[in-house]
Design a protein around this ligand. Structure first.
Ligand SMILES: [Ca+2]
Ligand SMILES: [Ca+2]
Length: 180
């Protein structure tokens, strides 16, 4: 069992609640269809390659969960199954890495390596994060004078989010309540 900090557990719990897009309390393949559709809608400016990449990344996210966790084959994943598994870098790290690369790339449809705040907010709103928290995260990423962050910064931030031993990271801004 991987050591898991409270902050990491809370990050995983938040993702679970958002990814349960149909709100039935467990993760199932329908959740990922809904989530993929929402994110693609927010990624209208991206090219087909980038859209295919995020679609594949969401599919892998689900199929990895299902293959590794759904031993009894009922097609659903509970929070107690999800939390330790997604925070296990050996078992879930490669899936997170693909997801991080695909999602961060959607923030940069013009391919200059930089992500403007409005698109970042749209993509994160599509996943379901709170708007005030999204802004707090973007600020924590250290935007430049033109209010942009790099694709690499976001990709690393997503991978850190799933790190079981990290606390006090930018991604914790998504969990904390911020005044709106
Ligand atoms: Ca669900
Ligand atoms: Ca850009």
């Amino acid at each position: 069992m991987t050591y898991m900090r409270d902050e990491a557990a809370k990050r995983a719990e938040l993702v679970f609640s958002l990814f349960d897009a149909n709100g039935n309390g467990v993760l199932d393949s329908g959740d990922f269809d809904l989530m993929t559709g929402r994110v693609l809608e927010a990624a209208a400016a991206s090219d087909d390659g980038a859209k295919d990449a995020i679609t594949a990344a969401f599919r892998r996210y689900w199929t990895t969960l299902a293959a590794e966790l759904d031993a009894n084959g009922d097609g659903v994943i509970s929070l107690d199954e999800f939390r330790p598994f997604v925070l296990d870098p050996e078992r879930f790290g490669p899936t997170v890495a693909e997801f991080a690369e695909a999602l961060s790339a959607l923030g940069d449809p013009d391919g200059d390596g930089l992500i403007e705040r409005p698109l970042f907010v749209s993509l994160m709103r599509a996943i379901g994060f709170e708007e005030a928290n999204i802004h707090a995260l973007f600020d924590a990423f250290g935007p430049d004078a033109d209010d942009r962050i790099t694709v690499e910064t976001w990709a690393v931030g997503i991978k850190d989010y799933y790190a079981p031993d990290k606390a006090g990271i930018a991604g914790d801004r998504l969990v904390t309540a911020h005044a709106v």
